[in-house]
Design a protein around this ligand. Structure first.
Ligand code: ATP
Ligand code: MG
Length: 566
């Protein structure tokens, strides 16, 4: 397959980065006998976001490119925050992004028994001990990067006693927090993660898969490397903050009789995106405090939110390809994501006529009762998309913005005495402005050049402005939701900031719009461009009696504009 991410890529080149170089080198050296096994290991404590999509595209992409496999592994070692709702949504989202784990779906909790046995091995080898220190004492004894740690009084406990205490921890004889199992490494290490890190803690809580079978749970650092080894992962790819954990990853695997050759960990820079927050804790806060309508609110940076907004999986994959994989943390301009979304929608969106803020236009010289069916292009980017008929009649709606009573210079749309072309139809001229008692404009009286439509004698006549319209008698009403960025600043959770202070009060505006009748049979699987306005998609809540459309993105591409200037 020439295109590993199943995405049309303009450069048509295979992704290339330092991690793919490592994989290629291992294949060349035969390190893993030609096997490439990666994994995507979400903790089921929230919905996936666009940052996870980067990791998914990387892990599944590498597997696809090398005839390998990528496992979906739920890292469910922290039962207090986890939920099956998340397990389900994660699977749906990975699949929707276009990736397939085949039979390779696993849970870290599948290995609790094996992990326990490995811990017993460590104790027997004098490499782990049961520690009596409280949580506060553990922190105090750990020291700081430039302050060496202190050894726990439990550190030299005899093996037999450790085995007995660990068994009692497991049997539920000890209360939460009473003891921990710790690796015996080096309290003077310059790497704080190597200062006898905790491997197990007591937590008397139900687990969504193992129920009350366990009351001790393994720590991430202990469970993760061993899960990788048990699944015979070759390349364990994670984000940069785990770089300092790597010596512990290696230490644990080097002490235990795990299958060889064992996996290795590689780190890349996580995606940080402007004008949004990405931590699941903060996203959960937005959901729980009802600052958004749910995890799939179209303003959320979640995969479910982007999907509901109308973004396609191809656009997300393409974005992930564009940002690439590096070792340096940075902030990605959200305009780049928006650019990828526009580029994708431009290719696939069906053009339609719709008026968001209508103002009535009466064509005084057009016969009453007459209806013409005019041809309109479905997609100028796609020659196969064809045309459709759009009804035209004496009374129309145009966009309020497309008329000004006292226009500034260089305003080429409609104003008294001026002519514009109605897209796919006639040139019209504004003769009169009708106002209500309060002075608000209620109607424009215009005349049409009845020879100016396609095929007519003056069809080729040029006027400076072209505007969109719908026929009033034929238009359908729809709820249209205009979404904008959720935050007003690029780094809402920057140093010393409370992200909730920076929510954009105008991130959602709801209008009742007038749509051309063909949109009455709009399809959720399709994408639409309301001409001259924006890209839209049918919301999942939409019903025929009350259609609802979400604005996916406006037409103006600030990123592409900057590129042209730059
Ligand atoms: P969060 O900080 O949002 O809670 P997390 O790292 O705790 O995220 P996990 O469920 O543990 O979330 O993440 C699963 C995988 O996705 C991990 O391998 C993690 O490194 C990766 N990942 C998480 N966030 C990002 C991101 N912003 N960019 C790239 N990869 C990410
Ligand atoms: Mg994590």
């Amino acid at each position: 397959m020439s295109d590993p991410t199943q995405t049309p890529q303009p450069s048509a080149e295979r992704p290339s980065d330092f991690i793919r170089d490592i994989v290629a080198e291992d294949l060349k050296q035969g390190t893993y006998g030609g096997r490439v096994v990666t994994r995507f290991p979400p903790e089921p404590n929230g919905y996936l976001h666009i940052g996870h999509a980067k990791s998914i595209c990387l892990n599944f992409g590498i597997a696809l490119e090398n005839n390998g496999v990528c496992h979906l592994r739920f890292d469910d070692t922290n039962p207090t925050r986890e939920d099956v709702e998340y397990v389900d949504s994660i699977q749906e989202d990975v699949r929707w992004l276009g990736f397939d784990w085949g039979k390779n779906m696993f849970y870290a909790s599948d290995y609790f028994g094996q992990l326990y046995d490995y811990a017993v091995e460590l104790i027997k080898a004098g490499k782990a001990y049961v520690c009596d220190l409280t949580a506060e004492q553990l922190i105090e004894y750990r020291g700081a990067p430039n302050v060496p740690g202190k050894e726990s009084p439990s550190r030299n406990r005899p093996v037999e006693e450790n085995l007995d205490l660990f068994a009692r921890m497991r049997a539920g004889e000890l209360p939460d927090g009473a003891k921990t199992l710790r690796a015996k490494i080096d309290m003077a290490s310059s790497n704080i993660h190597m200062r006898d890190p905790a491997l197990y803690r007591i937590r008397k809580v139900e687990h969504h898969r193992t129920g009350s079978q366990w009351c001790i749970y393994p720590m991430y650092d202990y469970a993760h490397c061993l899960s990788d080894a048990i699944e015979r992962i070759t390349h364990s790819i994670c984000t940069l903050e785990f770089e300092v954990h790597r010596p512990l990853y290696d230490w644990i695997l080097d002490q235990l009789p795990v299958p060889q050759p064992r996996p290795h960990q590689y780190e890349f820079a996580r995606l940080n995106l402007g004008y949004t927050v990405m931590s699941k804790r903060k996203l959960l806060q937005l959901v729980e405090e009802k600052l958004v309508s749910g995890w799939d609110d179209p303003r959320m940076p979640t995969v479910a939110g982007l999907r509901r907004r109308g973004v396609t999986p191809a656009a997300i994959r393409h974005f992930c390809h564009r940002i690439g994989v590096t070792k340096y943390n940075g902030l990605t301009d959200i305009a780049l994501l928006e650019h990828s979304v526009r580029e994708d929608l431009n290719k696939r969106a069906l053009r339609r006529l719709a008026v968001l803020r209508p103002i009535k236009v009466v064509l005084t010289n057009y016969p009453e009762g007459k209806v013409e069916e005019l041809d309109a292009t479905n997609n100028p980017e796609d020659p196969n998309a064809g045309t459709r008929k759009v009804p035209f009649s004496r009374v129309l709606y145009i966009e309020r913005d497309d008329f000004m009573e006292n226009p500034p210079k260089k305003y080429f749309r409609l104003f008294p005495g001026n002519e514009v072309r109605l897209k796919y139809a006639y040139i019209i001229k504004c003769d009169e402005v009708i106002k209500d008692a309060g002075g608000a404009i209620v109607e424009l009286r215009c005349t049409a050049d009845l020879d100016s439509k396609s095929g007519g004698a003056t069809a080729g006549r040029k006027v400076k402005g072209t505007i969109h319209w719908v026929s009033a008698a034929h238009a359908i009403d729809a709820e249209v939701r205009l979404y904008d960025r959720l935050f007003t600043v690029e780094e809402p959770d920057g140093e010393g900031r409370d992200f909730k202070q920076f929510l954009n009060p105008n991130s959602l505006e709801i209008l009742t719009a007038k749509l051309e009748p063909s949109l009455g049979t709009a399809d959720q699987a399709k994408r639409y461009q309301f001409e001259r306005l924006a890209y839209f998609s049918l919301d999942r809540d939409s019903v025929p009696a009350k259609p609802a459309f979400n604005r996916t993105i406006t037409l103006k591409d600030t990123w592409a504009k900057e590129q042209r200037k730059g």
